[in-house]
Design a protein around this ligand. Structure first.
Ligand code: PFF
Length: 457
């Protein structure tokens, strides 16, 4: 079976696809509003420490597990540790994929709707009026059918890309979209910085306000560092499994983390410079993108174009990430159950779309479901929020921690180093450093998760 395994077309194609998975709603929607609410660069500093000290070692581990076994997570853990319980770390990854893609697909649908609104001039009445913008957003997400229809379109497109395969679907789309995302974001950032008063946004983003940083901001930063680099659910194991032995895994991992971080910072610059130049509220929270931006972009000359550009780039970022989540699910059925790519995609894609519909309906969209799934669903959170928090605060960090522990105690450093050294020419890998970073990563995550869970007991 391995002989026919699908492959990336080129080294660059693989890096763009993996960076495409990493760069998503997390960078452009979540990071700026989290930084805005949690101390600006104080949050950014913690987030960078988490990414480079914890995230990097786990990206490398995931790539190595995938490339070594040439299998997606469940099969990969089973192959390296036959007959053990480790395969459940793989199953946790598949489960996380269901949880994340359910709400991710809903947000993907919102973005589609906002592209259409911006192009059709639907934002023109919102100029400088965040209350009207908030009312429009609220009315949309709380309605029953419209968000579901957009979500269906978004998920349909994801399924179509995945059905087209690793090279013909994922790589092809990511190779076109990633450069476009960077170009559009850079244009928006330059526009923002050159607006009068725009530089205030830069100091907001880069001046640390440690007094706004709480212990829960640190948990948030750690969880987000997993979410933003797509770690802890086997996405990078799956993408690594389509690699040949020539790729330098250490360099590739570094590239992906650097691209992901730069795009998050660029998004922060583009957004906060514009928000400050036009006097809007930077600490708006999750509404920053869908509420504040439509009302500020439309105040600029050529506002329709700026708004459309922003939502189009956000859409591309969301799509290249969503396909990577669907690929984890699809690859499980292909590798473990020998299903065809088309059948696997259609089955899991449809199931996750249906779960996503409940996320959408939990926000208010009627048919008497809201009473159960709405704010009383779990500790004051809606089903939508539960899926979001469950994945980024718990499932991904736990999956990432288990991956690090797996390499340390089961695969063991010598075997791991042998895999890492393949494709690396010209320098020797420092075994102590590799081991130390994995131990550090696992310990930090364990400490934070225990602290987070302690109040429940
Ligand atoms: N990294 C994506 C983002 O920042 O939006 C989200 C994501 C994709 C999380 C794939 C996990 C994953 F496996």
């Amino acid at each position: 079976m391995n002989n026919q395994r699908e492959r990336w077309g080129s080294k660059l194609g693989f890096i763009l696809a993996a960076a495409g998975s990493a760069v998503g709603i997390g960078n452009i929607w979540k990071y700026p509003h989290m930084a805005g609410q949690n101390g600006g660069s104080a949050f950014t500093i913690i987030y960078l420490i988490c990414i480079f000290l914890v995230g990097l070692s786990i990206v490398i581990a995931e790539f190595a597990i995938g490339r070594k076994t040439q299998l997606s997570p469940v099969g990969a853990f089973e192959k390296l540790a036959p007959g053990s319980y480790w395969k459940y770390v793989g199953f946790l990854g598949v489960a996380s994929a269901f949880v994340i893609l359910s709400f991710y697909g809903v947000v993907g649908g919102w973005i589609l709707k906002y592209i259409i609104e911006s192009l059709s001039g639907g934002f023109s009445s919102l100029a400088g009026n965040p209350d009207a913008s908030s009312a429009m957003f609220g009315a949309f997400v709380e309605s029953t059918w419209s968000p579901l229809i957009y979500q269906l379109f978004f998920m349909g497109l994801c399924m179509w890309v995945i059905i087209n395969g690793v090279k013909g679907g994922i790589e092809k789309w990511s190779s076109v979209m990633m450069p476009l995302i960077i170009i559009l974001l850079a244009v928006l950032a330059v526009r923002g910085v050159t607006l009068e008063g725009g530089m205030k946004g830069i100091s907001f983003l880069f001046n640390p306000r440690f007094e706004d940083l709480t212990p829960s901001s640190i948990v948030l930063a750690l969880g987000h560092s997993f979410f933003t680099v797509s770690l802890g659910m086997g996405t990078m194991i799956t993408y690594g499994s389509y690699l040949e032995k020539k790729q330098n895994l250490l360099n590739s991992a570094l590239w992906i983390i650097v691209i992901d971080t730069l795009i998050a910072l660029l998004a922060g610059i583009a957004i906060f410079t514009t928000v400050f130049a036009l006097g809007a509220n930077p600490a708006e929270g999750p509404g920053l993108i869908f509420v504040v931006l439509p009302s500020v972009f439309t105040q600029l000359a050529g506002g329709t174009i700026w708004a459309a550009m922003f939502f189009i780039l956000l859409f591309m970022a969301a799509l290249t990430s969503a396909i990577s989540i669907l690929e984890v699910q699809t690859a499980y059925l292909i590798d473990q159950k020998n299903w065809s790519r088309k059948k696997a995609t259609l089955l899991f894609g449809s199931i996750v779309t249906v779960i996503g519909m409940f996320c959408s309906l939990s926000l208010g969209g009627g048919i008497n479901i809201t009473g159960f799934l709405g704010e009383s669903f779990f500790l004051g959170e809606t089903f939508f929020d539960v899926m979001d928090n469950l994945s980024s605060k718990y499932m991904l960090p736990i999956g990432g921690m288990m991956t690090a522990i797996f390499v340390l105690v089961k695969w063991k450093i010598p075997g791991y180093l042998e895999e890492l050294s393949t494709g690396v020419d010209g320098y020797a890998i420092n075994a102590g450093l590799i081991k130390g970073t994995l131990i550090f990563a696992a310990s930090v995550v364990a400490f934070i998760i225990i602290n987070e869970l302690a109040p429940f007991f």
